[in-house]
Design a protein around this ligand. Structure first.
Ligand code: SF4
Length: 334
């Protein structure tokens, strides 16, 4: 038996005893519903398992099939995505659902080239869908897999995803691809963790170079990129009826299509006036920058722009707000 087959058999065996249960996961073979696999995989990009565990059941309850999703209004889809961040993912899911219904009879294709033609499905999502739903021998490489493979092979230099893929591919189980892919992710999430890896419990510790050489805490080598800081204002414009001015963000770019109070990345108010500054600031970290917003409050009945309107706070639940703006609402409510 090859070394790779031995490793993958051991890992699958470990998984059958230690698998984490998740609402979108089937243990012991392919998931019968590619729609659920697809939704969970897109939700899990940039979002933790714990967060997705609370969103996924509500989503499936409201949009149980690709047809129900395709028929829904985008604003409702965004409401169900509210808080997960990276809202382009929700827009693409909605777009993709429509294409699946119109061109694929509501079925998820099981062919890589066909999957890659769909909106929002890139090489990673395609591999995940093929492995988890169709048990195809596909190598899924995420952050957990990068760490595990880099340690297993003792790679002490910065490494690319492509290099990891080349090492991970021969390990992918020929028969149990779905379970193997879940297994390596679970190993990374529960045993081969970024700090304090539990190597003594690891099914690969006999063959692991980093463990043998005492390099576990030094691998993988990660280059940290500095995030920029922005310090701006969020404008709470209230009319005499007690309603707040909110606006819908333009369709493209950061937080597109979500609702918000007008805000700036700099400490320049959007118009001159008798603003009162709140003591509490709101902070949020995006992929490339940190943002701190100081709320400015003013009473003004006639503020307007083409994307905004005044709304009662009780009606905010009708509109999808970003996590950043939910923090602002919390400050208002406090
Ligand atoms: S032995 Fe330790 S470092 Fe190596 S793969 Fe297992 S948990 Fe990770």
């Amino acid at each position: 038996m090859s070394k790779e087959k031995e490793l993958s058999d051991k890992l699958v065996e470990w998984y059958y005893k230690n698998a984490r249960t998740m609402p979108w996961r089937v243990i012991g073979g392919a998931h019968p519903n590619p729609y659920e696999v697809w939704i969970s995989e897109i939700m899990l990009q940039q979002t933790t398992v714990k967060t997705v565990e609370s969103y996924f059941p509500k989503w499936i309850n409201r949009f149980p099939t690709v047809q129900s999703l395709a028929k829904a209004d985008i604003e409702e889809v965004l409401l169900y995505w509210q808080g997960l961040g990276y809202y382009t993912r929700a827009r693409k899911i909605h777009e993709c659902a429509k294409v699946l219904v119109e061109k694929y009879n509501g079925q998820m294709p099981s062919d890589r080239n066909e999957l890659l033609k769909l909106p929002g499905i890139g090489p990673y999502s395609a591999s995940s869908i093929l492995a988890f739903s169709f048990n195809k021998r596909e190598t899924v490489v995420d952050g957990n897999v990068i760490r595990v493979i880099a340690r297993l092979y003792g790679i002490e230099k910065p490494v690319t995803k492509e290099e990891i893929y080349k090492l991970a591919e021969p390990l992918t189980h020929p028969l149990h691809s779905a379970d193997y892919s879940s297994a390596i992710m679970d190993l990374g999430a529960t045993i081969c963790t970024p700090q304090s890896a539990k190597c003594l419990l690891c099914p690969w510790n006999n063959q692991c170079v980093a463990f043998k050489k005492g390099l576990v805490d030094k691998i993988p080598l990660i280059k940290k990129t500095e995030k920029k800081n922005f310090d701006g204002y969020v404008h709470i414009i209230q009319n005499e009826k007690g309603e707040y001015f909110i606006q819908k963000r333009q369709e493209k770019g950061l937080l597109n299509g979500l609702y918000e109070f007008p805000w700036t990345k700099e400490r320049t108010p959007i118009f001159e006036g008798k603003w009162k500054q709140k003591n509490k600031v709101v902070s949020h970290t995006f992929t490339h920058f940190h943002l701190t917003l100081t709320p400015l409050v003013i009473i003004k009945n006639d503020f307007s722009n083409e994307d905004g309107f005044y709304s009662k706070i009780e009606d905010f639940k009708k509109y999808p707000f970003s996590t950043l703006m939910k923090k602002v609402i919390k400050v208002l409510q406090d």
